[in-house]
Structures are given as C-alpha cells and as structure tokens.
Design a protein around this ligand. Structure first.
Ligand code: SAH
Length: 388
C-alpha cells in the first residue's frame, strides 16, 4: 500500500481514484479531459473548483457486519465484493456523520443489537445512512434493519441523542431482502419529523431518506447559479426543467421565469418536487411524471412554445426523442447540465448539427478526489427561424 496515501483504504474502496493527486492537478486533469471531448464544439471556461475540497459529501452510508473474529464492524464494501472494509472516517464525507456512525457501532453491545450477517441472514442492523443539511445543520439518521423491531428503541434513541444532540430525526427502514439495495420499502419514524431540510440558492428543499439530492451542496449552488446565469432569464420565459429530480433547478429558476414545466421519470421525486414547490410558495411551476423524451415529443407535436430548456439527464445522457423534439420546438436557449462529459459530447454533436451553437461551457468539480466531473453548457438556436 502507498504509505503517503491520504486514505489507508482508498485502493479497496475505489471511490477516490485520484486520492493522491494534488487538488490543483485534479482540476487541471478534469479540465483537460472535458476540453478534449468538447474541442470540436466550443472553448471551455476555467473549471469551478472547491476552496475546501474535503468532507463535502452530505450523504454518508455505512454497511454493518461482522469481522473475522465476529466483532461488529462498519464501513464500506470492498470494490466489486461484499467484504466489509472498516472505515471510521473518510476524507470526502461529512465528519459529523462519520462520528455518528462510530457512536452507533459503540452503542450496539450495551443494547444487545446484533449486526446483520449476510451469509446467514441472522442479525438486525444492516446499514446506517446519514443525511445532513449543509445550510440548516439538520441531521437524519436512517437505521436499516432486517426486521421492524428495534429492541430498547426508546433508550437507544435517548443514548444516541445524548452523544449527538445535533441529530434532528431518526428513521427505521426495514430491508428484509437478500439484496445489495440499501433501503427497503417500509419506514418508521422513531424520532423527529422523518426528513431534513436544506437551503439551496435561497429556496428550501425537503430531503427524505430516499430523495435524490445532490451530494455536494457547496458546488451544487455554484453549478445552479452558473446554469441560471447562462439561461439569462428575464421573467417572461417558458422554461422546461427536464430530468428535474426533486425540482431544485426549476424552483430556483421560477422567480425569473414566466412559467416552468418540470418533467421527471421517478414518481417519488415528482412527489417531492411538488412538495418543494408548495413549501417555497412557487405557483408558476408544474411537474409531470413521464419519460423526458416522450414528454417532449408530445410538446413538440402540440407545437408548444418553449423559450429555454434546462436539462440535467443521468450519466447515460439524453436520447434522440428528446433532442429531436428540442430541435423541432427550437427554444432560443438550451442549458445542458451533465455529469458525464462523454454522453454530453455525443448529445452536443446532435444539437450542433441541427441548428444550435454553443456559447458558453464550463466544468464544475462536484466530486473532488474522484474521477467524475460535472459540466454546464449554454447553446443558442441559430438555425432557420421557426415559423410562428
Ligand atoms: N436536476 C435534478 C436531478 C438530476 S439527476 C437535480 O439537480 O437534483 C437525473 C434525473 O433524471 C434523476 O432524477 C432521474 O430519475 C431522472 N431520469 C432518468 N431517466 C429519465 C427519463 N428517461 N426521463 C425523465 N427523467 C429521467
């Protein structure tokens, strides 16, 4: 093992591929990578890095199990296996969350809580998931159990809160399946509200155990601000927020738009998005649960007038149904947020062939120490005038 490594388990974990690279160098490499992919289309502005690139992850997961000596351990799965590598602290995770996980492990013995053994299916505690609200300081602890009953529940909650009064809610999640999915379907709130809140660009968002929420809140704010700057809204535009997740981007954009239409495939995310709109008293936004491609084909068929498309697809990128409909509706601007520069380059090839010109492009480092990078691109329609 590399003695100088910033993390003793980096190789086994596999999360931080660039753990031993200076941060400045990481930024340079990410910029170079994106530049090489986007070279045919545009120039790249200086990558948006983090001032403080450690402990940025607001969501922390630990798997619980037994070591060779049958002692409870918590940590991560070794990459590609189901062996647990013990971890007490991690360079990129929220530190409070790591401390809480260690405290939970230390409490197990006195509460006679057995950890789950994947081989035999015996034991109770399988995982702990912690989510933290960066701006609010709220903390949610999710105990993933193999059965719904936590013996000595009230005293366990009391003991944990005594050690960590900063915890604002505790949820028991039941996962009795032999699966590598962390969370099961059933949930019971055993302390607090069952969710936490966070604030992004002045709007409040509700985060439940299963909600999708960007993991690096500091960089997410910079990313969204950049996307909005690129969109240059004046208050009148009809905006589509495609692949909208829990509605964050659309809700943040809503103050500066005439109306926003959000589309997202995941039903739970759409429910959260509607709740988030209500919570922020946003009235000019509508969310639809649908495949973004199908939805846009429908809009294009109805000859809908759209001024700006904001899109933030998953790693696989967008598809021709979606992109073809964008071209057909010909919104003045498309702002593309991407977590995979390779599929981004593929999609840009299509859009630039069909009338769009890239005006601005920047990478944003949402995942320091890993080999992932986020990008925001702004395109303008320069093709033939669309007949009205
Ligand atoms: N814009 C959000 C979420 C981005 S993640 C944010 O910044 O928080 C990408 C989202 O695309 C996920 O919520 C995923 O559920 C959704 N998604 C994946 N495939 C989709 C499809 N075919 N149609 C619509 N949404 C899709």
């Amino acid at each position: 093992m590399d003695k100088k490594s910033l993390c003793p388990v980096a190789k086994k974990c596999g999360g931080c591929k660039w753990i031993n690279m200076e941060y400045e160098k990481q930024l340079e490499e990410k910029e170079k990578w994106v530049k090489s992919l986007l070279k045919p289309f545009c120039k790249l502005e200086r990558i948006i890095g983090m001032e403080n690139p450690t402990h940025y992850r607001n969501k922390v997961h630990a798997v619980f199990g037994l070591d060779r000596f049958h002692k409870p351990v918590s940590g991560i799965y070794e990459e590609g296996t189901h062996r647990i590598v013990p971890v007490d602290s991690c360079l990129i995770e929220n530190q409070k969350a790591d401390e809480i996980i260690v405290s939970i492990r230390n409490l197990l013995k006195s509460f006679k809580i057995k950890v789950y053994d994947e081989d035999t299916g015996y034991g109770l505690l399988r995982h702990v998931l912690i989510r933290t609200g960066h701006a609010t300081g709220q903390i949610m602890v999710v105990l993933v159990l193999s059965s719904p009953i936590l013996p000595g529940k009230n005293n366990f909650v009391k003991a944990l809160l005594k050690l960590h009064p900063e915890i604002t809610t505790i949820v028991v999640n039941v996962n009795n399946k032999r699966t590598s999915m962390v969370l099961g379907d059933k949930e019971q709130v055993i302390y607090g509200k069952g969710y936490i809140e966070d604030v992004l660009c002045g709007k409040t968002f509700r985060i439940s155990p299963k909600s999708f929420y960007q993991v690096n809140p500091v960089q997410t704010e910079k990313l969204y601000n950049k996307a909005l700057e690129f969109a240059g809204l004046t208050g009148k535009e009809t905006v589509v927020d495609a692949y909208c997740g829990t509605g964050t981007i659309g809700i943040i954009a809503s103050d500066k738009a005439g109306q926003v239409i959000g589309v997202e495939l995941n039903g739970d995310a759409v429910r959260d998005a509607r709740d988030n709109a209500k919570r922020n008293n946003v009235k000019n936004i509508q969310f639809y649960q649908n495949d973004a491609g199908k939805f846009l084909v429908g809009m294009a068929e109805q000859d809908a007038k759209v001024d700006v498309v904001l899109m933030d697809p998953p790693r696989s990128g967008s598809d021709e149904a979606f992109l073809g409909s964008v071209v057909k509706m010909a919104p003045k601007k498309v702002v593309y947020i991407s977590c995979n520069p390779e599929t981004l380059a593929r999609d840009l090839k299509y859009l630039t062939k069909h009338g769009y010109k890239i005006e601005r492009a920047v990478a944003c480092d949402m995942f320091p120490f890993t080999n992932h990078v986020e990008c925001v691109i702004m395109m303008q329609y320069c093709g033939k005038e669309k007949k009205k």
